[in-house]
Design a protein around this ligand. Structure first.
Ligand SMILES: C=C1C[C@]23C[C@@]1(O)CC[C@H]2[C@@]12CCC[C@@](C)(C(=O)O1)[C@H]2[C@@H]3C(=O)O
Ligand SMILES: O=C(O)CCC(=O)C(=O)O
Ligand SMILES: [Fe+2]
Length: 359
């Protein structure tokens, strides 16, 4: 199967500054200081008490509830998802251990500009004049080579956890995709590629404590280039989603809950009816925040387009067909404007200019 790394071979992303060890800094350096103009919005959320829907996967109405959450929020939290708590703890421990290694050790497993896996700053950093207060580690395929660099003795133990997490999440992602398709009135048989292998990336994120959190940004506002992203966060809040009319809403961590984001490819597949959610991460002075994102997409070279069942005389297709590889290339080049580059009929707003979704 062609791999996702093709996308960055044609669009290398140069963000590999050797950044300082964030844990050692007593003051926020100028290069990490976001002003109101580059903080696309102020830090306060104006959410009128609204909160992201929580859906119990054992509920017989789960599919309907997922459909409603995707349409109105583009994000929800799931409980009773059957991922063992131990596995969630184990993967979080991998992140904790990895990010607490000395800088020079982590840099041995650095992501190359035209590569996809490894340690580094957020890929989207190159679109901003200021640096983000976070570090990440991306895994696509086997982490063996990189983990061997990080833990010459114990890499097996960590590789096993990643493999188990990947396999378990794959099943959950399929179930969620199936429920989502069902909510759109689409059966598995009506989506040809659904039977074949989906593809995914695992992203470990760390947001160290910050000496001046109100002027820093953990991860700048973006949408994910996925069908779905399943996010496990530790019990420290910081993730915010943007909701029309409400502004930035904090996604409160719930024990054992997983956050599910609608990504750009589901936005396209649903012909704009399930908009991908704009989200960002704020940091704090007191506790390190960790998260693990399972970024799920179709096989990399399968074309995704608005499903024929969602297209008709009164519902023209809003997007052209695009493969995941091609879309990741567009994201690497155009960032939050990527969705507009595949749009057939122009939208009213653009994510970058108005923090408002196209669709
Ligand atoms: C498959 C992918 C989605 C992603 C880019 C990547 O190749 C692997 C990392 C993913 C991630 C995680 C943090 C936010 C994000 C925008 C980024 O910079 O890297 C996403 C990318 C994405 O969804 O576009
Ligand atoms: O850390 C988080 O809560 C969000 C991470 C994220 O948005 C991502 O990895 O795409
Ligand atoms: Fe994200």
């Amino acid at each position: 199967m062609p791999s996702l790394s093709e996308a960055y071979r044609t669009h290398p992303v140069h963000v590999q500054h050797k950044h300082p060890d964030l844990n050692s800094l007593q003051e926020l350096p100028e290069s990490y200081t976001w002003t109101h103009t580059n903080l696309d919005d102020d830090h306060t959320s104006n959410n009128c008490g609204e909160s992201v829907p929580v859906i119990d996967l054992n509920d017989p109405n789960a599919s309907k509830m997922i459909g409603h959450a995707c349409k109105t929020w583009g994000v929800y939290q799931v409980v009773n998802h059957s991922i063992p708590m131990k596995l969630l703890h184990d993967i979080q421990r991998v992140g904790e251990t990895l990010f607490s290694l000395p800088s020079h050790q982590k840099h041995k497993a650095a992501r190359s500009p035209d590569g996809v896996s490894g340690y580094g700053l957020a890929r989207i950093s190159c679109f901003f004049p200021k640096l983000m207060w976070s570090e990440g580690f991306t895994i696509i395929g086997s982490p063996l080579d990189h983990f061997r660099q990080l833990w010459p003795q114990e890499y097996h133990k960590y590789c096993d956890i990643v493999t188990q997490y990947d396999e378990t999440m794959k099943k959950l992602a399929r179930k969620l995709m199936w429920l989502t398709l069902d909510s759109l009135g689409i059966t598995k048989e009506e989506l040809k590629w659904f039977g074949s292998k989906t593809c995914a990336a695992l992203q470990l994120n760390s947001y160290p404590t910050c000496p001046d959190p109100d002027r820093a940004m953990g991860l700048a506002a973006h949408t994910d280039s996925t069908l779905l992203t399943i996010l496990h966060q530790n019990n420290i809040s910081g993730l915010q989603v943007h909701r029309k009319g409400a502004g930035w809403v904090t996604v409160q961590p719930i024990s054992g809950g997983l956050v599910v984001n609608v990504g750009d490819l589901l936005h396209i597949l649903s012909n704009g009816s399930y908009p991908s959610v704009l989200h960002r991460v704020m940091v704090n002075r007191v506790q390190q925040r960790l998260s693990v994102a399972y970024l799920c997409g179709p096989p990399p070279n399968v074309e995704i387009c608005p499903h024929p069942k969602l297209v008709g005389p009164n519902q023209p297709p809003l997007y052209r067909a695009v493969t995941w590889n091609e879309y990741l290339g567009a994201k690497a080049k155009h960032f939050n404007k990527a969705l507009s580059t595949v749009r057939l009929i122009s939208g009213l707003f653009d994510v970058n200019n108005n923090t408002e979704q196209v669709g």
